[in-house]
Design a protein around this ligand. Structure first.
Ligand SMILES: *[C@@H]1O[C@H](CO)[C@@H](O)[C@H](O)[C@H]1NC(C)=O
Ligand SMILES: *[C@@H]1O[C@H](CO)[C@@H](O)[C@H](O)[C@H]1NC(C)=O
Ligand SMILES: *[C@@H]1O[C@H](CO)[C@@H](O)[C@H](O)[C@H]1NC(C)=O
Ligand SMILES: *[C@@H]1O[C@H](CO)[C@@H](O)[C@H](O)[C@H]1NC(C)=O
Ligand SMILES: *[C@@H]1O[C@H](CO)[C@@H](O)[C@H](O)[C@H]1NC(C)=O
Length: 477
């Protein structure tokens, strides 16, 4: 008995580990796309995006300010503002000296991020302006150690996140730089030469991976040139086969023109991608709390920021349909996360404390949104025992909430997360199926959460449908 048991154990053990240690990927999309996404990413569901850089100093227009000022079709507003406010010989590089980060306390950032309930963070290591938040060998005098903060902003955040939280650390990296002379030279050649990727993009990518071991590489700025120009598949084969993060790292899909939404790790497709229906390849909805900019903008008013209700709507609709959310904040040049961002993050954390079981590690249910109640989106627990109906808007004057998709049985139970009132009464929706939840006993003002209420349904089945889909290789009927 024992030896048989031992043999079974050894066989099982080996099977579990074979794919991770022995799989070698070749530098082509067919091979790279076959890599399973490390499980932590789908389970996390919620990440925070941080856009920080020299653009945080002017903090007008958006993080694209340099391009809006000096690019191909400048913004009249930005040009006029610069004319009026700065000396005639002022250059974008002069802003770097004013990037002081004098109140930057990465421990404080880590604590705010932890309080948000997010499970991963993605910091702009370098945006399209080219300024690196780490002391890069390949960005002489255009990095946070040589000018401005005189500090490894990136490394200090990585250390605080890792020392104080369980948040997974990741990095955004822009492949191109608007005005880099080598990039412009390659562009002139129709991207026949590869001066810029060979001397800048790729060395930088190797440098951040080796030095900071990020678990996310969120690539961007790829779209003007093909992946063959960027050597994307060669880089990813190295990342997956040999890098220090080969077993844990996840990447997105922005690795060359035509690649997004087709190849890479998870799909981001376009900014603020949230298609409203199930997408069977793992995807991410990145969106900003300040609707007008990813970087901090001094001119934003309170209505420019997404409310907590709007943020929760993004979370619920995204997670129901198979996505993760990456929610963006833009810190100030002086190193603070502005109170409005902090408030939104803490509100989200308080909601997740109550309702997190409907989000983290959840899987899509057979229905993503309800068939009769357009304010309800569904998720399910991995073991299939619980279905979560997330209600975006509490009805004004009703004691009942009707759902069309779930079919009840004699043993069905319904409860409201964060309510101390115990199970709710319900009745069957009748011949057409569905379920009617009696909420007359719910004291909405005394609930633990003020927005997006989650009903936990057990022992229910989905209403019959002819729709079928595949998700993570599993067939859903
Ligand atoms: C900005 O200033 C320059 C010279 O001072 C002037 O030629 C130009 O018309 C101004 N542009 C705008 C948009 O104000
Ligand atoms: C991190 O996760 C471990 C294991 O789940 C847990 O014991 C620990 O308390 C967590 N730490 C923080 C700071 O949340
Ligand atoms: C990029 O690919 C080209 C062609 O395969 C190769 O010559 C070059 O060394 C690669 N660059 C890097 C930095 O790996
Ligand atoms: C919700 O579900 C219905 C089918 O019941 C579908 O027609 C609709 O497009 C879905 N999406 C949204 C955003 O309502
Ligand atoms: C509740 O009433 C307010 C004010 O009359 C209205 O604006 C809102 O749309 C109503 N909400 C619902 C869910 O009916």
């Amino acid at each position: 008995m024992l030896s048989l048991f031992a043999r079974i154990f050894v066989v099982t053990f080996c099977l579990c580990h074979l794919p991770i240690t022995e799989q070698q990927y070749t530098p082509d999309w067919a091979s790279l796309d076959s890599r399973p996404l490390p499980a932590w990413y789908d389970e996390s569901k919620i990440g925070i995006f941080i856009h920080w850089g020299v653009f945080s100093v002017p903090s007008i227009g958006s993080e694209w300010m340099w391009w809006q000022w000096k690019g191909n079709s400048p913004s009249a507003n930005i040009v006029a503002f610069m004319n009026k406010t700065y000396p005639a010989d002022w250059t974008y590089a002069d802003f770097a000296e004013q990037f002081r980060a004098e109140f930057y306390n990465p421990d404080e950032w880590a604590d705010i991020l932890a309080a948000s309930g997010a499970k991963y963070v993605v910091l702009t290591s370098k945006h399209h302006e080219g300024f690196t938040l780490w002391p890069s060998k390949y960005s002489f005098n255009w990095n946070a150690m040589d000018v401005g903060p005189k500090r490894d902003l990136l490394g200090d955040l990585a250390n605080s996140i890792r020392a104080r939280t369980n948040i997974t650390f990741g990095l955004y990296h822009s492949m191109f730089e608007w005005f880099h002379p080598l990039y412009l030279e390659d562009k002139q050649s129709g991207f026949k030469t590869q001066l810029f990727p060979n001397m800048k993009t790729l060395p930088e990518l190797f440098e951040i991976v080796q030095r900071y071991k990020p678990s996310v590489i969120w690539s961007d700025g790829d779209w003007e040139a093909p992946d063959t120009y960027w050597n994307s598949t060669q880089f990813l084969a190295w990342l997956y086969n040999e890098s220090p993060v080969k077993d844990t790292v996840v990447v997105n899909d922005r690795w060359g023109s035509g690649v997004p939404c087709h190849h890479g790790g998870y799909y981001t497709c376009s900014d603020h991608y949230n298609p409203g229906h199930l997408v069977t390849h793992k995807w991410e909805n990145c969106f900003t709390i300040d609707k007008n900019s990813w970087g901090f903008i001094r001119t934003s008013g309170v209505n420019d920021y997404r409310s907590i209700q709007e943020i929760l709507m993004e979370i619920v609709t995204t997670v129901s349909t198979g996505g993760n959310v990456l929610i963006n904040i833009g810190p100030t040049s002086y190193g603070k996360i502005a109170p409005i961002f902090e408030e939104r993050l803490r509100q989200m954390g308080s909601w997740l404390k109550v309702n997190g079981e409907a989000i983290y590690s959840s899987v899509p249910w057979k229905y993503q949104n309800d068939t009769i109640n357009s304010n309800v989106w569904y998720t399910a627990s991995k073991d299939g025992q619980s279905v979560y109906a997330c209600l975006l808007v509490w009805p004004n004057s009703t004691s009942e909430i009707s759902l069309g998709a779930p079919v009840s049985s004699a043993s069905t139970t319904v409860s409201l997360l964060g309510s101390s009132g115990g199970p709710l009464k319900w009745r069957s929706g009748g011949a057409s199926g569905g379920i009617v939840i009696d909420v007359s006993s719910v004291k909405i003002y005394s609930l633990a959460s003020d927005w997006t209420w989650v009903f936990k349904l057990q022992n229910i089945t989905p209403k019959k449908t002819t729709r079928k889909f595949k998700f993570h290789g599993k067939q859903y009927e």
